[in-house]
Design a binder for this molecule. Structure first.
Ligand code: CUA
Length: 343
């Protein structure tokens, strides 16, 4: 833990000490040079003061000047390069989630934080996470730019409309920590705050097992899939007017015009909101947009549903098994869409 400076929030993530070390390094460098320059200014002002009316400064030998120039160029260059490399390493640490990271979806909305756990728990302005497990927050905004900031984790990331950003950290200390919006987003920006609760893993499991209402995100997504009549065109036998979406997640598909695209969260989101953008080869651009008909939270549920129909996707929470509705749709042909070549 080290000495506690009241100016600093707790170090609640494994990432926090790394950020603090870098921060102290920069403060140290800045303080050293600020002091050095201030002292030298004073010293030179006295040492080299003008002593008589007609005094003229002597020349500095060319060689001395050269050496000085090189020294005060190379040393700061080296120092800022250290800062650059060090901060880049820290940046990658916070944007590259490890494979075992627990994915939680975040939606920023004027003026609240909405959070969805894959298992189905949903929260507003509160986030429960287990201690010791890497957390990957997948974030988007319903309206303007927000920024998800938990000082105790030392991690802050912009939350943008129209795309997913992510931030990852591992909480290492149980407790309750402030959550802020750190990007001015309108009248009640300052009220867009909440709490992160870091719990012992078994407490978290107990919390997760609490009432989830309508089941996991994948189950909700499946319900939406039928409620919005997506199944009218996206048949699982590949004979529908739209491509079969089973086993498509994570694969590379071919588009009209020969380009290829990987089916990931971004592509699914784009295809829901702007279906004409990237049309699978062999299909017509007849799908209407669902812009304004689905919220970002719901898009995430649809993504989770499509993910859950893919065998090699990350393990999906236990209760994702399909409801009876799917059986009514078709027999499970389960073969890939014609336009989706195996990678
Ligand atoms: Cu949201 Cu500031």
């Amino acid at each position: 833990m080290g000495p506690r400076l009241p100016l600093f929030p707790e170090q609640a993530s494994s990432y926090a000490p790394h950020v603090d070390a870098f921060y102290f390094f920069m403060i140290g460098i800045s303080a050293f040079f600020a002091l050095l320059i201030a002292v030298l200014v004073l010293y030179f002002a006295i040492r080299y003061r003008r002593r008589s009316e007609d005094e003229i400064a002597g020349d500095i030998p060319h060689k001395t000047g050269m050496i000085l120039e090189v020294v005060w160029t190379v040393i700061p260059l080296g120092l800022v390069l250290v800062m650059f490399v060090w901060s880049s390493v820290l940046f990658f640490e916070v944007v590259q989630p490890p494979d075992n990271a627990l994915e939680i979806y975040v939606t920023g909305k004027q003026w609240m934080w909405k959070l969805q756990h894959r298992e189905g728990q949903r929260e507003i302005n509160e986030l429960h996470v287990p201690m010791g497990q890497p957390i990957n927050l997948k974030m988007t905004s319903e309206d303007v730019i927000h920024s998800f900031y938990v000082p105790a984790m030392r991690a802050k990331m912009d939350v943008l409309p129209g795309r997913y950003t992510s931030v990852t950290w591992t909480p290492v200390k149980a407790g309750k920590y402030h959550l802020f919006c750190a990007e001015y987003c309108g009248t009640k920006h300052s009220g867009m705050i909440g709490w992160v609760y870091v719990m012992a893993p078994k407490d978290y499991q107990a919390w997760l097992a609490g009432d989830t209402g309508e089941g996991s995100l994948a189950v909700r997504g499946e319900k939406l899939f039928y409620d919005l009549n997506c199944n009218n065109c996206h048949h699982s036998d590949g004979k529908g007017r739209g491509p079969n979406l089973e086993n498509i997640y994570g694969t590379e598909v071919e588009l009209e015009g020969g380009d290829k695209v990987k089916v990931n969260d971004e592509y699914i989101r784009e295809s829901v909101l702007n279906p004409q953008a990237k049309i699978l080869r062999g299909y017509k651009g007849i799908m209407p947009t669902f812009q304004g008909l689905v919220t970002e939270d719901q898009i995430v549920q649809i993504i989770e549903y499509i993910k859950s129909t893919t065998k090699k996707a990350a393990p999906v929470p236990k209760d994702q098994a399909g409801t009876g509705k799917k059986a009514a749709a078709e027999k499970d042909g389960s073969k890939a869409a014609p336009a989706a070549p195996k990678q």
